[in-house]
Design a protein around this ligand. Structure first.
Ligand code: ZN
Length: 405
């Protein structure tokens, strides 16, 4: 029986998605033979309520030197992080020479805002090729994984931090106790940790199971996050729901007893209880909802193809890998996936091997249907794709329910 990564309690998975490839492992046809697969299963710890992957693939397989995710490719993301950085600077950086650290700083999308304001900063980004882009932009970055040991080194070289930030990173890290212990040491007495990740409550409410893939080891709630940090003498002092990534939660954490706890923490915990995030039945129902979503989506796509109509996938996201593999959606249903990221074009989707082509190819001969893998950017995408819709094109979506728009 698997043991909870946070509290070591035994638990059972509530769903198995079967053998899955690396979600962001877009590959060439010569790499098909050696493609890496692992068993994607998720469970809920009955003791500390952390929802987590049962098996984690080798980290080197995920965050390697060819890692293909650059944050700055989305305009909406750029605006989001600019606002994020501004709120940190306005609220929390009042000392004479503040120092800001970001875990998983990617191509510097957030820290560039501090760099341009002349604020002392350090990005920690494990993917070397992504870190290089940040350094070229003038963002101080080291290529490492963050843990307690690295915290010691940073303190020695730079001193303690006023703010430690992370966006869509904490849920990637299996050894969170070492990270939390590192935070405890690295944070100034009145410093603040702010991080955000996809929110479990949204996954449960929207059946957005495509949030579940190799990189996301944990699916956080305010309850499970509070429990984790309390063990390190840190506490959640504020939370704020964010609309990015299909629903995220921002957690604001401080040394225990140092800051006033906002009412929003309690309000959110009450909401989580109402949603039943602490109850095993909630996850049984989620599993049923996921299975039913798969049946409906597969039937809809098969039906469209039987009518002789074309379907193209829209946005080769990491999320799409869970959907295509779990639902067995291959090139016989989806002609290709349209994506604007040059590094993915000409490659194939992980596991299902659907070709990825440029947006130009999509525009040159519109299909009747586009399967919207980037549903969390639906508004932005639909505004940009008026021409497709004017040509009679329709969208197939599957979150929160399977339907044609
Ligand atoms: Zn636990």
């Amino acid at each position: 029986m698997p043991k909870c990564l946070i509290c070591k309690t035994d638990y059972l998975p509530f769903i198995s998605f079967g053998e899955m490839p690396i979600a962001n492992g877009f590959l060439t046809s010569t790499q098909f033979e050696n493609e890496y697969f692992f068993s994607l299963q998720v469970g809920h710890c009955p003791n500390c309520h952390m929802v987590q992957l049962v098996e984690q693939p080798d980290r080197e397989m995920m965050f390697h030197d060819d890692y293909a995710f650059f944050s700055s490719t989305s305009k909406r993301q750029e605006i989001h992080f600019k606002e994020f950085a501004k709120s940190v600077a306005d609220k929390y950086l009042s000392s004479d020479d503040p120092f800001v650290i970001e875990l998983g700083s990617n191509d510097g999308i957030m820290l560039q805002n501090f760099a341009s304001a002349g604020i002392r900063h350090l990005g920690i980004e494990p993917s070397k090729n992504v870190a290089k882009v940040a350094i070229e932009k003038g963002v101080n970055t080291i290529s490492e994984f963050f843990d307690e040991k690295l915290a010691d080194i940073i303190i020695e070289e730079n001193g303690k931090a006023d703010a430690i930030l992370a966006a869509n990173v904490m849920c990637h890290i299996p050894y969170l106790h070492s990270v939390a212990a590192g935070f405890k040491k690295l944070l100034k007495p009145d410093g603040i940790i702010i991080y955000e990740d996809p929110y479990l409550g949204d996954i449960v409410e929207k059946t957005s199971y495509d949030q579940i893939y190799d990189e996301h080891v944990f699916y956080f709630s305010v309850a499970s996050v509070s429990n984790l940090f309390e063990q390190h003498d840190l506490e959640v002092v504020d939370v704020a729901h964010q609309d990015v990534h299909g629903g995220s939660m921002r957690y604001i954490i401080a040394h225990k007893g140092e800051k006033e706890i906002s009412e929003s923490v309690n309000i959110q915990r009450i909401k989580e209880n109402e949603l039943g995030l602490h109850l095993p039945d909630t996850y049984k129902n989620l599993a049923k909802g996921i299975e039913s979503s798969r049946t409906q989506l597969l039937e809809l796509l098969t039906d469209i193809r039987k009518q002789g109509k074309r379907i193209v996938g829209y946005a080769a996201t990491s999320k799409s890998t869970t959907v295509t593999n779990y639902c067995s959606i291959g090139p016989e249903l989806i002609e290709f996936i349209s994506d604007t990221t040059p590094i993915k074009q000409g490659k194939y989707s992980p596991g299902t091997h659907i070709p990825v082509k440029s947006h130009k190819v999509f525009k040159s001969n519109y299909p009747e249907y586009a399967l919207l893998f980037g549903w969390n950017h639906a508004k932005e995408i639909m505004e940009n794709e008026k021409e497709f819709m004017e040509s009679g094109g329709k969208w197939v979506v599957y979150v929160p329910e399977v339907k044609i728009i």
